[in-house]
Structure formats: structure tokens, C-alpha cells
Design a protein around this ligand. Structure first.
Ligand SMILES: Nc1nc2c(ncn2[C@@H]2O[C@H](COP(=O)(O)OP(=O)(O)O)[C@@H](O)[C@H]2O)c(=O)[nH]1
Ligand SMILES: [Mg+2]
Length: 164
């Protein structure tokens, strides 16, 4: 399984998503520090909410994972995500919309935020009802793509594509 770094504001649903992906019973557990599990790295939401920590943590932990996962709750009232994140990352960035079954969910709006942030793929899940969890698990179980040559990376960068 590929290792994913999870980031997003407090209460977005990162810790609950990890419990759901691991098939554990979901329970509230305030994240006090960075937790490095076997296949997932969980971070406190404050990392993403503080200018001094957000991007630095994102860059640093990207070296320890295969994928960066940007989490946003479908019921969030406003956006804290920065646009164009892949420009400063060296791993693929995916978006995960949590709480899609919440009565206050506005999935199309949150999808727009994640697209603007530069997510190459966006998953819709609900960690409590279990919707979309298996699809995300299947994606994480795919092997890492073969390494790209420098020439291929430069060619893709010239086209402005985020996949490199
Ligand atoms: N309905 C619903 N509630 C969720 C979901 N994910 C998280 N929550 C709730 O949102 C709150 C914050 O979740 P948590 O995982 O601690 O957020 P974190 O701060 O990003 O780690 C908890 O009360 C969770 O039960 C979800 O997919 N659906
Ligand atoms: Mg947490």
C-alpha cells in the first residue's frame, strides 16, 4: 500500500478517515502531534491553519510518503486551501472530500476548492457511513508508477501538467 500524508484543517476528518481506512471503529481522538503510521501520516489541523507550519510541513513530510492527501470536509463553510500546491510538492497530490453524507454537505463547492489547489484526483468519502472508503483503499493499494526520467519530467512541466 502506498504511504499517504494527510493534511487539512482541524475537524476536516483526517483521523476518522484513517480509522475507516484501517477498518477500525471510528472514535474522536484529538491529534496532538504528527503520527507516522505504517501507511498513513496524520497531522494536527493546526499545521495547515498556521502560515509558518503549513507549507513547511507539507514539503518536509512529502519526502516520507508516496502521495499527499488534501482533506476537506463537505460541510466546511469556507476555504482555507491554497491554490496551485503541486508547484511546490515533489509527490502527487490527491484530494479527499469527507462527510459527503452530512446534511450540510456541498460537494460541488468543495470539489472546486480541491481542483483549484491542484489535486490530480478527487475522492468523495464518508468515514462514518463508509461511502467511498473501499474505492480510496483500492487506489492506495495500486503500485507506485515507474520512476520518470528527467527528460519526461521536463516535457510534462513544459505543458504545465501536474502529474510529474
Ligand atoms: N458524518 C461524518 N462525520 C465525520 C466524518 N469524518 C469525521 N467526522 C467527524 O468530524 C469530527 C472531526 O473529525 P477528526 O477526524 O477528528 O478531524 P481531524 O481534526 O481532521 O483529524 C469528529 O466528530 C468526527 O466524528 C465523516 O466522513 N462523516
Ligand atoms: Mg486529527
Amino acid at each position: 500500500m502506498r504511504k499517504m500524508y494527510l493534511c487539512g484543517r482541524s475537524e476536516a476528518g483526517k483521523t476518522t478517515l484513517i480509522q475507516a481506512l484501517k477498518g477500525e471503529k471510528t472514535r474522536y481522538d484529538k491529534t496532538q502531534y504528527v503520527n507516522t503510521w505504517d501507511i498513513l501520516i496524520d497531522t494536527p489541523g493546526e499545521y495547515y491553519e498556521m502560515k509558518s507550519l503549513a507549507c513547511k510541513a507539507l514539503y518536509c513530510y512529502s519526502f516520507e510518503c508516496d502521495l499527499e492527501g488534501l482533506i476537506a470536509g463537505a460541510d466546511e463553510p469556507f476555504c482555507v486551501l491554497v491554490p496551485g500546491l503541486p508547484a511546490c510538492l515533489n509527490r502527487p497530490l490527491i484530494g479527499i472530500i469527507t462527510k459527503v453524507d452530512s446534511p450540510k454537505a456541498n460537494v460541488p463547492m468543495v470539489r472546486q476548492w480541491l481542483e483549484a489547489a491542484g489535486c490530480s484526483r478527487i475522492f468523495e468519502v464518508d468515514s462514518i457511513t463508509g461511502r467511498g472508503i473501499q474505492e480510496l483503499r483500492d487506489f492506495l493499494e495500486l503500485p507506485n508508477p515507474a520512476p520518470m526520467s528527467v527528460e519526461e519530467a521536463i516535457a510534462l512541466q513544459r505543458q504545465g501538467l501536474p502529474e510529474w
